[in-house]
Write a protein that binds this ligand. Structure first.
Ligand SMILES: C[S@@+](CC[C@H](N)C(=O)[O-])C[C@H]1O[C@@H](n2cnc3c(N)ncnc32)[C@H](O)[C@@H]1O
Length: 275
């Protein structure tokens, strides 16, 4: 896949346009984190952008806690968006060496502008592909990928790269949309229909990787599974808020909302340790 195809993410073009236009609701929801929210008790969600903002922060925390992050660590966040997860780590831990990696230099420019290191933390943002990590073997205590692995050219290649750059004992923590195995033959054999139903607002997205595929892949790589948590129900209050503040991508959002509500497309947090 060409580099252009990998950075063809129309939803980010739309976000930059909205930021320029000063759309405050979009800036609150997606100016920092660009992912779904996590509500410990979904019944408490009030549909406001402030509530969504807090829930988005909680989702980043949920993923990095699955990565057993503590102070004094070297952490790599792949597909780091605008650096929201790096900013949260920077706010909660000290003596950290934090690296955010992204394929899109425009997002990195914004991340560098809005995330400043504190408490002896060191932060760098690097341009690159998560499947070809520009880092030495055995160099990170944790590797994170929050809600972005479905964009990467290959989950297997990313797992291999994460394994390579992790120190022994290091942890990979990710979140991903995971389809029920039963629907994969349909989505694989009818990509045109899926595209028609969904559109292409979110760019190249691979939602064909089942729970069984994750089990097989992690075993193949040699990772020990630590966390495998279905948080679909905790993310559902995301949809009405995103639908309201986003004026594009309705088709994909509606498809994602209903397949999530029906339990066909689930949202998982996974973490794995390199022995
Ligand atoms: C839904 S956003 C999530 C951003 C961020 N992780 C967050 O939670 O705020 C997906 C991100 O993956 C990045 N991305 C897509 N393909 C990539 C690749 N091959 N390598 C690195 N980053 C990639 C996109 O540029 C975007 O920042």
């Amino acid at each position: 896949m060409s580099r252009e195809a990998r950075i063809n993410l129309p939803y980010f073009d739309e976000l930059f346009k909205n930021f320029q236009e000063g759309k405050t609701e979009v800036i609150k929801c997606f100016g920092n984190h660009v992912h779904w929210g996590y509500w410990e008790d979904p019944a408490t969600a009030d549909g406001s952008v402030e509530d969504f903002e807090q829930a988005a922060e909680k989702l980043a925390q949920k993923v990095y806690l699955a990565g057993q992050i503590s102070s004094n660590m070297r952490v790599l966040d792949c597909g780091c968006g605008f650096g929201g997860t790096i900013a949260s780590l920077n706010n909660h831990f000290t003596d950290m060496r934090l690296t955010g990696l992204n394929i899109d230099s425009r997002q990195l420019a914004r991340a560098r502008e809005i995330v400043q290191p504190r408490d002896q933390n060191h932060i760098e943002f690097t341009e690159g592909d998560a499947c070809e990590l520009p880092f030495a073997d055995n160099s990170f205590d944790a590797v994170l990928a929050v809600e972005c692995i479905f964009h990467f050219p290959s989950r297997q290649r990313f797992f291999q790269e994460a394994w390579r750059v992790l120190k022994p004992g290091g942890i990979l923590a990710i979140s991903d949309f995971v389809p029920r195995k039963i629907v994969i033959p349909i989505t694989k054999t009818a990509p045109k229909l899926v595209k028609k139903l969904g559109g292409s607002y979110y760019g190249r997205v691979d939602l064909n990787f089942s729970l069984a595929d994750y089990h097989k892949l992690s075993r193949y790589i040699g990772f020990k599974s630590l966390v495998e948590e279905d948080i679909t129900a905790n993310t559902l209050p995301t949809y009405p808020v995103v639908g309201r503040v986003q004026n594009k991508g309705e088709k994909e959002l509606t498809l994602a909302e209903w397949t999530s509500r029906w339990g066909i497309l689930r949202y998982f947090i996974f973490s794995y340790q390199k022995p």
